[in-house]
Design a protein around this ligand. Structure first.
Ligand code: FE2
Length: 393
């Protein structure tokens, strides 16, 4: 995000003496992107963030993709994946390429450690559930419909509320995730035509400074790509001070929540193309929000989308809520993948059937990737093999 925010206590002037009650200095840390030329924040720690006591290689997991089959439209049913474990361990990776990885998760436990992704931002879409995203930047409450956007290197954990079912769609980038550049003016402020703006962004709002001592684990994940898959390496760093020991921070880099209900849909007299639903962008993919909205109002309009060949992208849609049940075989938490190379479009009856409809109550998240996605073995196990023929009358 590009707008300035601050929380807690910070010195008047950056890089100057800022002392703790006992007279010792607080420890300043700059967290910034793109080598001191991107967005950044300054954090003030009770303890140096560099004091590692112990390092362990926790896991190296090889992830292989399915052997190439035929190129076709695919449908994954993720509703029935088993709940369990924490918000990182529960992730079931389904689709990936060198730019982005897409997982689903149904965590039931709080993370007992803190976590950071070494080489990219992540977005966690909260389909179901509520809880707290805890980070060095403070606590941020989350609720259904939230996109939790966590920049690279932010150290966090998720503590789900007790006895509330959690269901998450996780998008891990290999770069930075940002609002579309066309929504911003030259100063970084959202423009009037943007479907959301600064007021819709929720940064952490409760900074708790922890000064406990003991043993605290931080897990850092990296990825290494190989020919037919990749490996994920998680290194555990142990500290004898609590990692969330920040007394104050300011800047433009921080995790935030943006709720899909705050996305203001753009509508028109005739059918509007998917870019009007764009919410975020990153190198190699875009993320769009399909939200309840009025349909097209030209007297001869056809509200359903036309057939289309998305020749430069693989199109992933995750169905969260709404009337998509009328679409053949699609259910809540379904994921469809319409690859480049072949056209797709509305199911039989939908095109004509949409004429005269006034509005839709659909809620879905779309990820369009610019390079082909590969399917993991988990994805294959969730597949509805009949989907490819579902356009036959
Ligand atoms: Fe499409």
């Amino acid at each position: 995000m590009t707008h300035y925010y601050k929380l807690g206590n910070i010195p008047h002037k950056r890089h100057t003496q800022f002392r703790q009650p006992d007279g010792s200095l607080y420890h300043e840390e700059l967290m910034g992107m793109r080598g001191f030329s991107g967005i950044q924040s300054l954090l003030y720690h009770v303890h140096p963030p560099t004091q590692i006591q112990k390092i362990l290689l926790r896991t190296t997991v090889g992830i292989t993709f399915e052997e190439s089959g035929v190129l076709c439209h695919r449908h994954l049913r993720t509703a029935t994946i088993k709940p369990g474990r924490d918000a990182v361990e529960a992730r079931m990776l389904l689709l990936s390429n060198a730019d982005v990885s897409i997982s689903v998760a149904r965590p039931t436990e709080a993370m007992s450690y803190w976590y950071r992704l070494a080489h990219g931002d992540e977005v966690i879409f909260i389909h179901e559930g509520a809880g707290t995203l805890e980070s060095q930047y403070g606590n941020l409450r989350y609720r259904p419909g939230d996109y939790l956007v966590i920049p690279t290197g932010v150290l966090w954990r998720i503590i789900p509320d007790i006895n509330i079912e959690q269901r998450m769609l996780v998008i891990e980038a290999n770069a930075h995730i940002e609002p579309p550049a066309r929504y911003l003016n030259r100063y970084g402020q959202f423009l009037e035509h943007a479907p959301y703006n600064e007021r819709d962004i929720r940064p952490p709002d409760e900074l708790v400074t922890h000064d406990e001592v003991g043993e605290f684990e931080v897990r850092v994940k990296e990825r290494e790509y190989q020919r037919n898959g990749f490996s994920e390496r998680i290194t555990s760093y142990f500290y004898n001070h609590h990692p969330l020991d920040v007394v104050g921070w300011d800047g433009c880099l921080y995790p935030f929540a943006f709720n899909i209900e705050d996305f203001e849909p753009v509508t028109g007299r005739i059918h509007q193309p998917p870019p009007v639903h764009q919410t975020f962008e990153a190198p190699g993919f875009v993320l769009c929000s399909f939200v309840p909205r009025l349909f097209d109002y030209h007297p001869q309009a056809i509200p359903a989308p036309y057939n289309h060949s998305n020749v430069d992208s693989d199109e992933v849609i995750y169905y969260a809520a709404g009337n998509f049940m009328s679409r053949k075989g699609i259910e809540r938490a379904s994921m469809t993948i319409h690859p480049s190379g072949i056209p797709h479009g509305p199911h039989p009856g939908m095109y004509e059937g949409s004429i005269g409809k006034q509005q839709t109550d659909e809620l879905a998240v779309m990820i369009d990737t610019f390079r082909p996605l590969r399917f993991t073995n988990h994805a294959v196990q969730l597949e509805d093999k009949d989907y490819v023929y579902s356009w036959l009358t």
